[in-house]
Ligand binder design. Structure first.
Ligand SMILES: C[S@@+](CC[C@H](N)C(=O)[O-])C[C@H]1O[C@@H](n2cnc3c(N)ncnc32)[C@H](O)[C@@H]1O
Length: 226
């Protein structure tokens, strides 16, 4: 099977946003073997003064994360959400209409229309494994992140649970790949090495269910010796 292009991937996201959300719940539970609470606790703290939400989709998770932040009395932030699928972005535009601190933009994560060192933090929720050019994406995310800025990302791994849960996850992964909404699950060491190759440092990492949850940082600029 040939690898899908970014346009084919964007075209795969044609379902109405409500169906995307229902389907997402099953994928989260049975393919990722994760929970919504876990995702809120993981992504919720990683919001700097100017935040980039990469591949925000319809914004369902982002909205829940922002509610979680309000519940924990965390400050409101300036947020930019980007996604390559116009149908998904249209859902996010309706959801966040009238919220001046949230700006949405149609953009490819491997060619972000922002200047170097523009953002304090980046979240990549449930999406790295959907990128056709993951190395290009990681490089461009590092470019737009300020030195010292942090990225929180979860990555779908090949099923690592026991039967029948691994068989269900495997079936869902293959269905996602055929449909075009998943490019590939990863082996932890493979995606970890790609993150390091892109010039990031790893601050913390854990494998939970079929997910690799990783917090990474753009190194601070080195001082030049006189
Ligand atoms: C599984 S969804 C995750 C959406 C959202 N972050 C969430 O957790 O609900 C993956 C998203 O990645 C987006 N995507 C895939 N390739 C992309 C690319 N090259 N640039 C930007 N977005 C991309 C898709 O359009 C889709 O909205």
């Amino acid at each position: 099977m040939h690898a899908k292009s970014r346009d084919e991937i964007a075209a795969a996201y044609i379902s109405p946003p409500w169906w995307y959300d229902v389907r997402g719940f099953f994928i989260l539970t049975f393919a990722y073997n994760s929970t919504l609470t876990r995702q809120l606790r993981f992504f919720g703290p990683n919001f700097g003064a100017r935040h980039l939400e990469v591949a925000c989709g319809t914004g369902t998770l982002l909205e829940l994360v922002l509610r979680w932040r309000r519940w924990h009395h965390l400050p409101q932030r300036r947020i930019v959400g980007v996604d390559y699928a116009e149908s998904m972005l249209a859902g996010a535009e309706r959801r966040f209409a009238g919220q001046p601190n949230i700006e949405l933009r149609h953009a490819d994560v491997a060619a972000l229309p922002y200047e170097d060192d523009s953002f304090d933090t980046v979240n990549i929720a449930n999406a790295i494994h959907c990128f056709p050019d993951v190395d290009g994406a990681l490089n461009d995310i590092r470019r737009v992140l300020k030195p010292g800025g942090t990225v929180a990302a979860n990555v779908l791994l090949y099923p690592r649970t026991i039967w029948p849960f691994n068989a269900i996850a495997d079936w869902l992964d293959n269905w996602g790949i055929r449909k075009g909404i998943l490019v590939t699950p990863y082996r932890r060491d493979d995606i970890r090495q790609r993150i390091l190759n892109a010039g990031f440092e790893i601050s913390s990492e854990v494998v939970f269910g079929n997910c690799y949850e990783v917090l990474i940082q753009k190194p601070l600029a080195r001082s030049v010796n006189p």
